[in-house]
Design a protein around this ligand. Structure first.
Ligand SMILES: [Zn+2]
Length: 245
C-alpha cells in the first residue's frame, strides 16, 4: 500500500515537472517571435522615415528645376523688354517679369522649407541607424539566450521522461491507467493528500469514518467528492515522498 502511494506521489511530482518544462518550451518560440516583432516594427518605421527623406529630396530637385525654368523665362522676358518700343507693351512686359519673380520667390521659399525638413530627417535617420544597430545586437543576444534555455529544457525533458518511465516500472499498470485518466480529467492532479480530514485538492472534508480508514492505510482510497486518489498527508513517510523532488 505505502509503495503504491509513494510511487504515485513520485509519478505526480515527475508529471508536474514535465508540465512545467513543456510550458516553458512552448513559450520559447513565442518569446522569440515577440523579439522579432519589436525589431520589425522599428525597421518599418525607419523605412518610412527613409522613404519620406527620398520624397523630399526628389521634390527639392523638381522645385530647383522649376526655379531654373523661371530664371530662363525671366531672362527671355528681359531680352524682349529691351526691344519694346511702346510704353503700353513695356508696362505689360514689366508686369510679367514681376509676376514671374514673385512665383520664383515662392518656389525658393519652398526649397528652404524642404531643406530644413531634409536636415531634420537626416539627423533622425542617423540616430535611428545607430539605434537599429543597438536593437539588432540586443535582439540577437536575447534570442541566443532563449535558444540556450530551450536546449537546457530539452535536456531536462529527456531526463524527466526517463525518470517517469523508471517510476512507472514500479507501479501496477492498471493503477497507472487510473492515475492517467484522473490526471486528464482532474486538471493534472490525480492524487491528493488529506490533511486534518480535508482533501487538499477539492478542499472538502471527508467523512470521519473514511478518514480513519485512510489513516489505517489498508487500501487505496478515493476522495468521495473529487474522486482523486487520496492519502493521509500527515503521515511522515508520504510527506518525505512529496518533498523529495
Ligand atoms: Zn477531493
Amino acid at each position: 500500500m505505502d509503495e503504491k502511494i509513494t510511487g504515485l506521489i513520485d509519478l505526480q511530482e515527475c508529471d508536474k515537472l514535465i508540465m512545467e518544462v513543456r510550458t516553458k518550451k512552448e513559450q520559447g518560440p513565442v518569446r522569440i517571435r515577440g523579439l522579432e516583432e519589436g525589431l520589425d516594427l522599428f525597421e518599418r518605421e525607419l523605412e518610412e522615415k527613409t522613404g519620406e527623406l527620398v520624397k523630399y529630396k526628389q521634390e527639392r530637385r523638381q522645385v530647383e528645376k522649376d526655379v531654373e525654368d523661371f530664371d530662363n523665362r525671366i531672362e527671355r522676358s528681359k531680352i524682349k523688354l529691351a526691344n519694346i518700343k511702346s510704353n503700353k507693351e513695356y508696362q505689360a512686359a514689366t508686369k510679367e517679369i514681376d509676376g514671374l519673380g514673385v512665383e520664383k520667390a515662392l518656389l525658393e521659399d519652398r526649397i528652404i522649407e524642404i531643406m530644413e525638413k531634409i536636415e531634420k530627417l537626416e539627423e533622425i535617420n542617423v540616430a535611428s541607424r545607430l539605434e537599429e544597430g543597438r536593437l539588432k545586437e540586443k535582439y540577437e543576444k536575447d534570442r541566443d539566450e532563449i535558444l540556450k534555455e530551450l536546449e537546457a529544457l530539452d535536456r531536462d525533458f529527456k531526463r524527466l521522461e526517463k525518470e517517469r518511465a523508471r517510476v512507472c516500472q514500479t507501479i501496477d499498470k492498471r493503477l497507472i491507467k487510473k492515475y492517467d485518466s484522473l490526471r486528464e480529467h482532474r486538471g493534472g492532479l490525480a492524487i491528493s493528500p488529506v490533511i486534518k480530514g480535508v482533501c487538499q485538492a477539492c478542499n472538502i472534508g471527508i467523512p470521519p469514518q473514511q478518514f480513519n480508514e485512510l489513516i489505517r492505510g489498508n487500501e487505496l482510497m478515493s476522495c468521495p467528492n473529487c474522486t482523486r486518489l487520496i492519502y493521509w498527508g500527515e503521515d511522515e513517510r508520504f510527506q518525505k515522498a512529496a518533498k523529495k523532488e
